[in-house]
Structure formats: C-alpha cells, structure tokens
Ligand binder design. Structure first.
Ligand SMILES: [Zn+2]
Ligand SMILES: [Zn+2]
Length: 278
C-alpha cells in the first residue's frame, strides 16, 4: 500500500533541504509516494524527479501557489510539467513581483531610518524572498527587538513599511493549473482565515473553476480531519494530505506525520497519482 506525503518544501522555496535530501528523508520515513510543492516555483522539480527515480520512490511533481494576497489561500497543483512554458512565465512574473515588493518595502524602511543591506539579503534568500527575510534583517541590525516586534511596528499589515501583494484570485490559479493539465487542490483549509460562511461558498466557486481536491490530512487540519474528509467525498473531490515539511521544526510538519490518522492514505494517494499522470 502506498504511504503518501504530498506536501513539502525544498531549498527552491523556503525549505532547508535540497530536493535530493528530501528524497532521502522520505525514504527514511517509509513514505513511498511523495510530492515536492515549493511556493510559486518549479525549479526544484528536475532534481526531485531524478532523486525519486534513483531511490525507486513514486513521485508527483507539484507546486503551491500563493493566492488572494495576504489571505494565505494556497493552491496546490499536482502533475505540473516542470518545463511548461506558460507556467514558467507565470512563476517568473510572480518572482519579479516579489522582488519589486521587497525593494519597495526596503525603501520605505530606509525612509523610516532602517538601513538594511537589501542586495545581500536577496542574495542569501533564494526564490521566495519576502517579509520574513526583512524581519530577520531588522532584528539582526537592531531595528527590532524580535520578529514579532518587526511585524507589529514596521512590516505587518497596515504598518508604515507594509506594501500589499498584488492579489491573485485563487480561481485564476486553479483554472491556469487545470488548463496546463495539472490537478488543482485547495491546500490546508484550516489555515485559511475565513469564516465558514465565506469559505464554503468559495470552495464551490473554486470547484466550478476546476479545483479537483482538498488537502484534508495536513497538520493544521488535525481537529477537522473528519469534517474535511466528508466534505471532500460528498463533493466528489480528491482527498490529499501531506506534512508541509519545511525544516524539521514542529511548527511545520515532519515527513510522513499525517499518515497514521489518514486511514485511506493508500487509496487516496493512488487516486491522486493516477489523476496527476493523465
Ligand atoms: Zn501553504
Ligand atoms: Zn506548503
């Protein structure tokens, strides 16, 4: 039976492991099917595909798209082609927008008297440059007491150096993934900070736009597994799950950790694997 972990991040976005190191950890955790789902980039996928092949692991190439500005609505895409020209151009543009936003916020911080080495921060940040990097630099340079202080006074929503993200509608990301032959899945519904009266109708809208699954077995959903499992099956959506592994800290999941509570992991993993290969 398959033991799936369908959500993890590599150094191509904000994880601390290279795709090859992830494959090693996957094997060590007895996971037999995995997906690498970096934020807004497919750059880790070629290495992940090679590492999965070398270890005889089943693999689904994936991506996790940040949508709806700062609302933390993340859309997973499974079965993406890592050299798809349309998706590559799309993610390149997102990367450029991230850089532009980072620089604008850096300029505002400078206007406030916080002089940060922006180029140096960018060089060390990898693909998903953003506010966490600014926050760490503010602490390091002594402009903030700690990360929380940096967000509360300077770069959090509504603060003087805050610049909102250009909002991408989740339904747009979903229809794009679908057009490019990938399987769109709503990630970790419990991390979407909308009341149910808003979230449930939105899920309908997303399903109409082409969404095919819900990530039920994510650590953040722990108290809601049975609710989301039933919701997905009632709506003929695929049930997926994964640890959202980033760096091995308990704040994010550990590889394979959602499998014990996921009774149908084998069947659900297989169903996604099949759908993503179509
Ligand atoms: Zn996410
Ligand atoms: Zn994630």
């Amino acid at each position: 039976m398959m033991r799936p972990d369908l959500h993890m991040h590599s150094t191509a976005s904000d994880g601390t492991c290279t795709p090859s190191e992830l494959a090693r950890l996957v094997q060590r955790a007895d996971v037999t099917l995995f997906a690498v789902t970096d934020h807004d980039t497919m750059k880790g996928l070629p290495e992940a595909i090679g590492a999965a092949y070398d270890r005889g692991l089943a693999f689904i190439p994936g991506v996790e798209i940040s949508t709806e500005g700062d609302e933390e609505v993340h859309i997973l895409g499974y079965g993406v082609q890592h050299d798809d020209p349309v998706l590559t151009a799309f993610f390149d543009q997102m990367a450029q927008e991230r850089i532009d936003r980072f620089r604008t916020m850096g300029q505002r911080l400078l206007d406030l008297g916080c002089d940060l080495p922006l180029d140096e921060i960018m060089a060390g940040a990898g693909a998903s440059i953003g506010r966490p990097h600014l926050a760490r630099a503010l602490v390091k340079a002594g402009y903030a007491r700690d990360l929380q202080d940096a967000f509360q006074r300077l770069i959090g929503k509504g603060c003087p150096a805050y610049v909102p993200r250009a909002p991408l509608a989740a339904s747009k990301a979903i229809s794009l993934l679908r057009e490019r032959g990938a399987v769109p899945v709503a990630a970790h519904p419990c991390l979407i900070h909308w009341p149910m009266e808003k979230l449930l109708p939105m899920l309908k809208v997303w399903q109409d736009a082409g969404m095919q699954g819900i990530e039920v077995y994510h650590p953040a959903n722990k108290d809601m597994y049975s609710f989301w499992d039933r919701y997905a099956r009632d709506h003929r959506l695929l049930v997926t799950g994964g640890s959202d592994y980033h760096d091995g800290t308990p704040g994010h999941g550990l590889i394979g950790e959602t499998i014990p509570a996921w009774r149908t992991a084998g069947e659900d993993g297989w169903a996604l694997y099949q759908a993503a290969r179509k």
